[in-house]
Design a protein. Structure first.
Length: 142
C-alpha cells in the first residue's frame, strides 16, 4: 500500500460529512489485461444521501502539494489522466467520476496561474476542494 497523503483523513472525514459512504480505502483498479498490476486510488465512495447524486460513484485521489506548486501539479495531472483512463477501461468502474482532492488554498493558487487554469480546462480535471482545518468540502469543480 502506498503512503497516505497528510490530508488523507481530513478529506475522508469531509466526504463522510457531505453524505458519502467511503467504500474503498484504497480503491484498487486493475490495468486492462492484468489481474496482478493495478493502481491504488486513494478513496472510492458512493453517495447515499443526496437526491440529485444518489447512487453516484466517485474515485478520489488525494494530493498534498509541495512548495513547488507546478511540479506537484505536473505529478497530479499525470496521475489523474492515467487513473481516469484506467477507470474507463475497467467495466466495473466506468461509472466512477474521478476527482483530485486538494486543500482550498492550493486550489486558489492553481486558479491564479494561467498555465494551470488552462490545463485544468483542457484536460477536464475535476476537483473536490476541502477546508482541511474544518474537514469540510468547500466546492466541487467539474
Amino acid at each position: 500500500m502506498a503512503r497516505r497523503d497528510s490530508i488523507h483523513y481530513a478529506v475522508k472525514n469531509a466526504l463522510e460529512k457531505d453524505g458519502w459512504l467511503v467504500t474503498d480505502d484504497p480503491l484498487i483498479v486493475y490495468l486492462i489485461g492484468s489481474k496482478e498490476k493495478y493502481f491504488e486510488i486513494d478513496l472510492g465512495a458512493e453517495d447515499m444521501i443526496g437526491a440529485e447524486r444518489a447512487g453516484q460513484r466517485i474515485a478520489v485521489e488525494i494530493k498534498t502539494f509541495s512548495s513547488s506548486l507546478l511540479n506537484s501539479f505536473h505529478t497530479a495531472l499525470g496521475q489523474f489522466l492515467n487513473y481516469r483512463s484506467t477507470l474507463q477501461e475497467d467495466e466495473n468502474e466506468q461509472d466512477r467520476m474521478l476527482y483530485i482532492a486538494i486543500d482550498e488554498s492550493v486550489y486558489n493558487q492553481l486558479l491564479n496561474i494561467e498555465f494551470t487554469k488552462r490545463r485544468i480546462a483542457e484536460h477536464g480535471i475535476a476537483f473536490v476542494v476541502v477546508n482541511i482545518e474544518n474537514e469540510n468540502i468547500v466546492t466541487w469543480h467539474e
